[in-house]
Design a protein around this ligand. Sequence first.
Ligand SMILES: C[S@@+](CC[C@H](N)C(=O)[O-])C[C@H]1O[C@@H](n2cnc3c(N)ncnc32)[C@H](O)[C@@H]1O
Length: 587
Amino acid sequence: MEVRRGWATGLDPVDEALIDESLAFVRDADADGVLGRLATGLTRRQRASVAAHCAMAHAAVLVFPASLERLIAGFRAEGFAVAEPVPSVVVRDRLSRRHGVAASALDVRIVHVHVPAPDRRPDLVELFVLEVPPGSELTPIAVRERVERNESHLALEVRGPDEVVLRGLRDLLVEQGGLVADGGGFNPLEDCTVLYFLNPASPASPASSGVGERSVEGDHYRRLELRAGGRHLDILAEHPARATDDPAKRLLSLMTGAWTTQAIAVAAELGLADQLPATGTPAVPVPLGELADRLGVDPDGLARLLHYLATLGLVTPSEDSYRLTEPGELLRRDARHSLHPLALLYGGPFYQSFGALAHAVRTGSEAFKKLFGQGHFDYFAEHPALAELFDSAMAASAPMFEPVPGLVDLSDARVVVDVAGGNGELLSRFLNHAPHLRGILFERAHVLERARQRLADAGQSERCDLVAGDFTENVPTGGDVYLLSRILHDWDDEQCLTILRRCAAGIRHGARLLIVERLLTTDGTSSLAAAWDLHMLCNVGGRERTAEHYERLLTAAGFDLVSISDLPLDGSLLQARRRRQGQRDPA
Ligand SMILES: C[S@@+](CC[C@H](N)C(=O)[O-])C[C@H]1O[C@@H](n2cnc3c(N)ncnc32)[C@H](O)[C@@H]1O
C-alpha cells in the first residue's frame, strides 16, 4: 500500500518520499537484516545471536508537515491504522541540542502508523512529526534535517530485557559491531528506555546511489535504536551522545578532514588494506607487530593509524589486530571497483593543490596551475606515472557507469563514439551490452596507448577504433551515439560551448549525445556534486552544474535535452538529441 499524493498537500515532497519508502521498507525487514545493514562489524554468528534476543520494532523517520491533523487524516483515509500521537521526549531534546532551540518550542509528536501485514502483526512505521507551517521560524530546522536525516533509524525491541542481556547487547554492538553510542533516553509515557547507535561508516548524509530515483531504499538509515521496556538508567548513563551533537566537536571533526584524507592515503600507500582480512571472513588477522614488520613501519605509528581508521569506520578491532569493514575493503588493490588509486590521487597532487584553495577562491582560477605551473591535463600528460594513476582513478568510479548502456535505446545505433573516453571503461560497457555496436574512442594520444591495452584485454580491439585528437578542434563523424562522460565539468561555460559545438558539427541531426555528470541540486537534497564543484574550481578550473545549466549549454550548441536519469555515486545521465539544422531553439 503506497501513500497517495493527493491528501498529502502541505507535505514536502522529500518528507513524502521518506514516508513512502519507510512503509515499503518495513514490509520486508527483520532483526537479522537490520543488523546486517547497520552493525556491519558483527560476524554472521554474532548477528544471529543478537537477532535471537530482538525483534524488528519499526522504521522511524522525522517529517515536517504543515498540519499533523491533515497528515493523520490522510493516512486514515488510505486505510492505515494510526494511533493517537504522543509527545516525543528523546527526539525533541536531540533537536533542541542540535539546533540550539528551546525544547519547549519544539512540539515533536510520535505517530505510529500500522501497515497491515496479512499473516502476522502489522508492521510499524514511527513518524516523528514537527509541524512546520509555511513561514514558520522552525523552517531552517526542517531544511537541515531533510538533508541530514539525523533521526532516521531502525528499531529492534529487546525481548525480556534484563540488565545483563541489555548490557551484553550494547557492548557487543559497540565493541564488535562497528557502531558508536549515539545517546538515548527514557520515555516515561511509553515506559521504555531507548539506546541509539550510529554506524559511522555510512555516508554522512543520504548520498543517492540508486538508478532512477534519488535514494536507494533505506540508504539513509545510519542509526539503530534498541528498545527495552522499563527504566535502565545505569545503562543509559554509560551510553553517551555522539560527539558531533556538540557543535564545537562537530566543527573540530570537520576541520581535521585533511587528516582523514592523509590517513587514508597513507594506508593506501602502505598497501595496508591488502594485509587485513574482511569482517565476517574466517581468515585470522595478522597480529599488529607482524603487520608492522611486513609493511616496514613503526609498530606504534601503525597502531595509532589503525586506531584512527577504526574511528572512521574503515577497520574494526578484531582479536589483537583489525579487520576491514565494507568501505575499508574498497582500499584493497584487488577489490572490485577499488578506490585505491583515488586515495593516492586525493592524498597526493590534488591534496597539494587544495592547500592553495584560497587562491582559487580569491581569483576564480585553478590552484593546480599556480602550484604546478600547468593545467592538470597537460601536467599529467608530461608525468606518465601520474597520468596512469589518473586514468585508473577515473575508472575507479566505474559503478557510476554500470547502468548507463541499459538506460539507452541502442536498437538502431551502430557506432558509439566516446569523446575523451579515458581508458575506454564506459565505451567497453556499451560494447559488452550490445554486441552489434562498434566503438570509436577519441582521446589525447598518450591516453590512447593505455586504453589500447585495456580494450585488448577485454577482447574488444577488433570492434573499436582509437582516434587521437583534440575535442576543441573536432570530433569523429559518423557516430549514432556520442558520449561525453565527466568532460564538461572540467571546463568553464565558454570552453564547454566550444566542445559541444564541435560535437554538434560532427554529429548528424537526430543522433544522440549522452552526458554523464554529477548535478548540483536545487532542492536542498545533498549530493557529492557540491564537494566536487569545489574540487573542479581548485584543480581544473571547471565546475559542476545544475540540470538547468546543462540544458542551457546544450540548447545553445544545437541539442535538445531529452531525459535525465539518476546513476550510482550521485551521477546523472543526460540524454540529448542533435537538433535538425535550421530548427529553432525552443526558447
Ligand atoms: C575527467 S577525464 C574523463 C574520462 C572518461 N570520459 C571518464 O568519464 O572516465 C577527462 C578526459 O578528458 C581528456 N581530455 C582533456 N583534454 C582533452 C582534449 N583537448 N581533447 C581530447 N580529450 C581531452 C583527458 O585526457 C581525460 O581522459
